[in-house]
Design a protein around this ligand. Structure first.
Ligand SMILES: [Mn+2]
Length: 399
């Protein structure tokens, strides 16, 4: 069985207020060409189709139109779409029954059949070009670790994920009497993976141990972590996001094609995606603010790029920082986005220098966050961020 494995499209993402349709279009037309050239049996899209749970009408239409174009490039290919943590699981399923007529299986969430979770709905038989069954895809969407449905009433929360995984394992063993290859999808963070480029640390409860996915799969197609990597001795892989979602994802992005055979190592090859608007941090070395602006002025006028300006912060950011950067790029194609401030050696961190446990106790969580923000980014936390923090604190207190 041959599959194309992709995830983390983040359609509808605005990058520092810039619209990314041009890049998403460039990616999807490359994906269409790959499907056309490789004619795989299945395409698995492992979560984070959209960047937000409420994508706009035009973004949803964009997805629909492109998924259909990709399908037409390889009509016998089955397409499996699962929800990621960024997607609304129920919104994704709105068009599920229509897509089913076109060989597209959409799984946003785990549904119930009677009083038990419907596991069979997630087990998708795949048919090859000769019309014969050539494997299975177990389409597991993103589920928060504590939200796995119980198999039996009153089953304790902590054990539910494990019980659910072994129920999937048992069912696929039962179904797959022919011994066909099995691909499983998941959108989660496997403990010990390389999380380079992710702004926030993923850890603790949010990580899943590899052994917890006790399902007899031949290839585990993962989404969630954007840095592409093969793990678990070659049997599991994060295909990575096809485009950078943040400035720290400045590595090659690709989609993976995988040949999966029973009891054999998957054969993986990747196709790099050409991005019309790469992310660039300028300059690539530490320097003063004025030096950074001087280098920015030399940026080629015709080059398309999202620009993050890197400069050393002596104290607080210069008042004219944004205007200086915008002026340095005036008349050029490049899009100025933000700054990355390096701390000067002699600039002490407010948090590490001036704070002790008693001070922390006397501060509200929001004040503490505001101080951290000031220290980390050299500027005040905005009102929107501040009210979001306050709302979060209120929610936590209520719970
Ligand atoms: Mn993602």
């Amino acid at each position: 069985m041959k599959i194309i494995h992709t995830s983390d499209w983040h359609l509808g993402q605005e990058f520092y207020t810039y619209d990314r349709t041009e890049e998403h279009e460039a990616f999807l037309s490359q994906l269409r060409d790959i499907a056309d050239r490789e004619q795989p049996d299945a395409l698995v899209i492992c979560g984070d189709i959209y960047h937000t749970a409420t994508p706009s009408n035009s973004v949803m239409r964009f997805f629909t139109d492109w998924l259909d174009r990709i399908r037409q490039a390889c009509p016998q290919m089955q397409i499996i779409v699962t929800a990621g943590n960024h997607d609304s699981s129920s919104r994704l399923e709105i068009t599920r029954s229509l897509w089913a007529h076109l060989g597209v299986t959409v799984i946003g969430r785990i549904e119930k059949k009677g009083d038990r979770p419907d596991i069979d709905r997630m087990l998708v038989p795949i048919y090859g070009k000769d019309g014969r069954k050539c494997g299975y895809v177990i389409a597991l969407p993103h589920i928060f670790p504590n939200n796995f449905p119980p198999l039996e009433e009153d089953a304790p929360r902590e054990g539910r994920r494990k019980a659910f995984m072994s129920a999937i394992g048992n069912r696929i063993r039962e179904l797959n009497s022919e011994g066909l290859p099995v691909v499983m999808t998941a959108h989660l963070a496997i403990a010990g993976s390389d999380m380079s480029g992710h702004e926030t640390q993923i850890g603790g409860l949010e990580c899943t141990a590899m052994e917890e996915i006790a399902v007899p799969y031949d290839y585990l197609a993962l989404g969630h972590i954007h840095f592409p990597q093969t793990i678990h001795g070659g049997r599991a892989r994060y295909c990575g996001s096809p485009l950078p979602v943040s400035f720290d994802e400045h590595y090659p992005h690709s989609v993976s094609s995988v040949i999966v055979e029973k009891d054999r190592m998957p054969q993986i090859h990747t196709t790099e995606i050409t991005n019309p608007w790469p992310v660039k941090t300028i300059p690539g070395h530490k320097c003063s603010f004025s030096e950074a602006i001087r280098i920015l002025r030399e940026f080629p006028a015709e080059e398309k790029a999202y620009i993050r300006v890197r400069a050393t912060l002596e104290d607080v950011p210069p008042a004219n920082a944004m205007t200086s950067a915008a002026e340095a790029l005036a008349g050029k194609k490049a899009r100025f986005c933000t700054f990355k401030w390096d701390r000067s050696e002699n600039h002490a961190s407010a948090v590490t220098e001036h704070i002790d446990a008693d001070t922390i106790r006397s501060m509200s969580p929001v004040e503490l966050a505001a101080m951290y923000y000031r220290d980390r980014f050299g500027t005040e936390m905005g009102t929107a961020m501040r009210s979001l923090m306050e709302e979060t604190v209120r929610n936590i207190n209520q719970q």
